[in-house]
Structures are given as C-alpha cells and as structure tokens.
Design a protein around this ligand. Sequence first.
Ligand code: HAM
Length: 423
Amino acid sequence: MKFKVPRGTQDILPSESWKWQQVEAIIRDVCELYRYKEIRTPMFEQTELFQRTVGDTTDIVQKEMYTFTDRGNRSMTLRPEGTASVVRSYVEHKMFGYPDQPVKLYYSGPMFRYERQQAGRYRQFVQFGVEAIGSADPAIDAEVISLALDVYRRAGLKDLKLVLNSLGDGESRKAHREALIAHFAPHIGEFCTDCQSRLNKNPLRILDCKVDRDHPLMASAPSLTDYLNEESAAYFENVKRYLDAIGISYELDPNLVRGLDYYNHTAFEIMSTSQGFGAITTLCGGGRYNGVSEDIGGPHAPGIGFAMSIERLLLALEAEEKTFVDEPDLDVYIVSLDEEAHRKGFTVLNDLRNAGIRADMDYMDRKMKAQMKSADRFNAKTVIVIGEDEVKENVVQLKNMEDGTQQKVKDSLLLEKIKEQLK
Ligand code: HAM
C-alpha cells in the first residue's frame, strides 16, 4: 500500500483506544481530587516561545522541533511540550490576578518531537501534564509529585522509582556553571561539536548529551548538589521533608539535570523498574521553573509541574503484565430474521437507546447464527430476537445471555423487562 502512518506516529485502533479512555478517566479523577482544572492550548505556537523557554541550546529546540513558516511568513512550531504554552496562556490571560493562587492546571494532548523512533519514543505522543503556577511553597512540589504517582498507582503500576535532584537557584547555577566550564574546557576537543558549542553557552547541557554519555569526564563532572547556596539547600530540604511526611520515598540523583533549560530547584523523574520495560525507563519528568513567566514578559510567577506520556504509561502496564478490565460493549443486541422484523428491530433499537441502554443490531442482512455470533463477540448481556411471528403478535423473544433463559415479552412491557434484567 502506498500510504502508511508517518514514522514515529501510530493509529490508536479501537482495540487499544478503550485503554486510553480508561487512563484519561483516571487522570480526570485524580486531577479533580487535587483541584487541578483542564486547560487546552493550541497545538502550535510562535517558534520563539520555545526558544526562550525550553532553551536555544537544548536538543529539543536544536534538533527536534517541527518548525514551519506559515503563509503570513511567521515561524511557527508544533508544540514539543506543554509548559511553555501553559505559562504563555497564564501571562496572556493575566491568571496571576486570579484570587486563588497558585493556579492549578492540567492538560492532555499530542506533542511533537522529531526524534529517532524506538520503543517508547515517538514523534507524536500524548502528554498528560500539570502546572501549578504562582506559589513557591515546597509543599506544592510534593503535591505535584504525589499527583503523578497517584495516577500511576491507580492505573495499577507498582514498579516505580522516584528520582529527585535540586538544580538550585540562579546564584547556585552560576557557581556550578563556572566549575563545569573549568572541568570540561581542557578536554572539550574530545567531545561532539554540539558539546563544544554548549561549553560556554550552557555547559549543563553537556551532561545530558546522548553522544558523549560515556566519556569519563561525565562521571567526574562537578555535581550541582555541591554548589547549592544556603537558600537552595534549605528549599530542597523542605521539599524532601514534605515528601517524607506523606510517605513518598525517593532516590537522590545529583546527575539528574533534565533536558529543558527552564528548571531550577526541584527536578524529578519517575522511572519504571519493571524487568519487562525497554531501554527508556523514564515515565514522567518535571520540576520547578520559577523564571519562565518573567522570561516571556510576565510578572514573577514561580511554577512547578510535570508531564508523562500516555504511551509510556501503557507500555509500563504491559511490562508489569497488568491491563484494565474490558467492559462489555453492549447491553442488548437485536437479531432480526426478515425485512419486517428488521424494521421493527430498528424502532426497538431507537427506543432502547433513548432509554440509555447500549444497543446495536445487524446491518449486513446475515443469517441468525451469524447475528448470534456477533452478539457473543460484543458481550451483549441480552439478545432480542424478532421473527415473523413476533411481528404479528406484537412481542419479542428476550434471551438472557448470562443464564441462557428465554422469554416472550410484549412490546409494551419490553423496556421495563430489559431494565429489570440489566440491573
Ligand atoms: P520531558 O522530560 O521532555 O518534560 O517530557 C516529559 C515526559 O514526556 C517524558 O517523561 C515522557 O513520558 C514523555 N515523552 C517525551 N518525549 C517523548 C517521546 N518522544 N515519545 C513518548 N513520550 C515522550 C517536559 O516535556 C516538561 N514540559 C515537563 C514539565 C511540565 N516540567 C514542568 N512542567
């Protein structure tokens, strides 16, 4: 066939989409529990928004964005992530003026990154994320982490690990930056050209380079933790204390720097520890970003959030050999034996649906046996059979598929009987 789904994207067929719906329902429930409200932003934004926030020297901006010039000669980019758009919207709609701060938002939708396709890595993927903007209380960092873990736990995942780090504030970062430059500069010729250009622009990015990952200087690089100033260290202590208070365990990883530039203070990832999971074990990533609002012309508005892809959540469920319960498709399937019966069946179908009963019938003019097979495949709890006699007598045959019993029911009593049976 000539046309195929584009590389790095996938069709979610009905045999899978019901799982997505279950995850989406869990997400809605958990967000409601924590009072996060949904925000929907456009799928593309001005390119400059991502350059300013995600950062010019990141892999995302340098190599992975779907950028195009629109007919008005503006540079636009399909969103590679959600935080930039949400903060843009927060500033544009002056949400900083809302009486209740922080503003707690969540989103779920497709994101686009031109990445090399592999298990768990797509070019279009769906991120669920939350952003709490307007508070610098370390308790909200713990709330956001707890929300992410709650979503995974409710979905049934057990093999999870929370990894935590602090990137500190501007002052701490500056001290660390100088130490990094001093560490890498004498040997920078041994690194890739991207790293060479990052050395003076943004040496922290060298640490998450995929090409030079195994260079010995990586492991011995100065750790941010040693450069946290007093205020940053105290903030991080408080975040940990709040996590401890609600029984969330974590592993500290001083090398966790995250791949986006806007982070400061708390950075975290949730990984799958399941044996069956592939090479990419990060399920969710997030952290604090206190400067983004100001960077794009808004007021000071400290924020924290995370994002997780639904694709990886479903892969983790598979790795743990868990799945959701597949709900029966149908309450009632109507089997009709001739044209008259088909016409009657169609009106019965309409009455059932109007009464909120999930119902369907055959549209392929098939024999009774084939129609009964469909009823089985759809897991119909009840089957209505209509033939010539049933049309004449104003009745139908009602078959209870759970216990196999069958009874003749008058048309006028049908809805009542079915409701009784479905209880
Ligand atoms: P990120 O670490 O770039 O952070 O992505 C977060 C999550 O999105 C990853 O942990 C993974 O689940 C999923 N993800 C990323 N790229 C792909 C891909 N190519 N295929 C499948 N899944 C993928 C962010 O995007 C930040 N905006 C998170 C955040 C929100 N920080 C603060 N607020």
